[in-house]
Design a protein around this ligand. Structure first.
Ligand code: ZN
Length: 185
């Protein structure tokens, strides 16, 4: 079985929640959104700088002209390869091949598998709590279904999709919308 990590990131790379907001979000994430059956939580670094979260993304979009570049091939791939994980992306200039504009690296847009952010909450192999994750793919529609499956002996529910309630609650606590990113281990 492959190991997957979920990262919930503040979607706006320029927005840095306060220490109090981060502490509240982390407590909420660990206590309300996940169960005690998770394999690995608490790896939530309080970033004071912007960093890139996620590694499985393949498409990177220019913030100026919205052209989408392939991360691994094409005329921007060497630049991405060299620069994407450097520190302080907000201070790194990149000249885009699509439109010739020079942009700050942290303004690049990613597909569903990457984001520049000041803050992320992460968990390896999360076991999600009912209400905050959608288990309908696993045949669970109601809280009763969730409780009835005898899963306490063998944790089985694995929330791949956060519900709107989860998005709303975290956005309310952090003061800005969040994005969910999965990373294969
Ligand atoms: Zn462009």
């Amino acid at each position: 079985m492959s190991e997957n990590t979920v990262h919930i990131v503040v979607a706006d790379p320029n927005y840095n929640p306060t220490k109090e907001q981060k502490e509240k979000a982390e407590a909420f994430f660990l206590e309300e959104m996940l169960t005690e059956y998770c394999n690995g939580c608490g790896d939530n670094v309080e970033n004071t700088h912007i960093s890139l979260v996620g590694s499985d993304f393949e498409e990177i979009t220019c913030p100026e002209c919205n052209h989408t570049h392939d991360r691994f091939s094409g005329d921007m791939s060497d630049t991405f390869d060299e620069k994407l994980y450097e520190n302080e992306p907000q201070n790194i200039d990149i000249t885009m091949s699509c439109c010739g504009k020079t942009i700050k690296m942290h303004t690049l847009k990613f597909d569903d598998y990457g984001a520049f952010t000041h803050y992320s909450l992460s968990c390896l192999e999360p076991t999600g709590a009912f209400g905050y994750w959608d288990f309908s793919d696993e045949g669970v529609q109601t809280e009763e279904d969730y409780d009835d499956e005898g899963w306490e002996e063998e944790p089985m529910y694995y929330g791949m999709k956060m519900t709107q309630k989860g998005y709303d609650k975290l956005a309310e606590i952090l003061g800005s919308p969040v994005k969910v990113i999965w990373e294969r281990g």
